[in-house]
Design a protein around this ligand. Structure first.
Ligand code: FES
Length: 253
């Protein structure tokens, strides 16, 4: 397949620009055209200080409007543009071209372990079902208080790290256990269970622990640390999973 090229219009002023030519090697899949995925190269003039998401935008807007991917905020908040970039899960909007060796083709693929719908878009429903299953909301008993539920700074600190999750699925889809059968709850669901299990105001910790005591629950973790490496928010995912395991054994949380 011929490589579509996007060149920046040359002027004397732009000759000094930092733009370089980068090859994006993208995994394409359209079930209406073929049952097989294929690789397609695009050459793009881009400033190395721009992000992979900027390169994908240039391709979609100027070279091939059929290229399909998710993104929304473009600032690392919404979690919608997790993808495999050079073989590693990252957010396209947080990955600078200069940080991933633009001298070589930049490979971009959908995240693994979830059904690919088209190009870089996967079916996130199994991921969100596991999230819903751990009841990711505050559960309390009795009457509503007449003022806010107070919490000490120390108690808040206990689950601070796991509040940072943006549900991008970079962790879950980097986990070999999840790749194998897709039944495992996965790191993101456990992280979000952790966020409430260790919240001193919550009263459903035991319930959540029992949910994760399932054969497809927390014990499936093999401590490979892929999830921690993949998290774009720097959450210590494997540590959180270990803390949930420990809470299941000690029933102290
Ligand atoms: S587009 Fe929202 S996190 Fe990247």
């Amino acid at each position: 397949m011929a490589t579509p090229t996007l060149e920046k219009a040359g002027t004397a002023a732009q000759d000094a620009s930092p733009y370089i030519t980068v090859t994006f090697r993208i995994r394409r899949f359209n079930p209406e055209v073929s049952a097989e995925a294929t690789w397609q190269d695009f050459e793009v003039e881009i400033d190395p200080k721009e992000r992979v998401l900027d390169g994908l935008h240039k391709i979609k807007w100027d070279l091939d409007g059929t290229l399909t991917f998710r993104r929304s905020c473009a600032h690392g908040i919404c979690g919608s543009d997790a993808m495999r970039i050079n073989g590693r899960n990252r957010l396209a909007c947080k990955t600078l071209i200069k940080d991933i060796n633009p001298a070589k083709p930049i490979t971009v693929e959908p995240i693994k372990g979830l059904t690919v719908l088209k190009d870089l878009v996967v079916d996130m429903e199994p991921f969100f079902q596991a999230y819903r299953d751990v009841m990711p909301f505050l559960i309390t008993k009795g009457n509503e208080p007449t003022r806010e539920r107070l919490q000490s700074a120390e108690d808040r600190e206990r689950f601070d790290d796991t509040t940072k999750c943006i549900l991008c699925a970079a962790c879950t889809s980097s986990c070999p256990v999840f790749w194998n059968d897709g039944q495992y709850f996965g790191p993101a669901a456990i992280v979000n269970a952790h966020r409430f299990i260790f919240d001193s105001r919550d009263e459903a910790g035991e319930q959540r622990l029992e949910i994760l005591n399932d054969k497809d629950g927390v014990w499936r973790c093999r401590t490979t640390f892929n999830c921690t490496d993949a998290c774009p928010r720097g959450i210590e995912v494997t540590k959180a999973i270990q803390e949930v395991k420990r809470a299941l054994i000690t029933r102290r949380f």
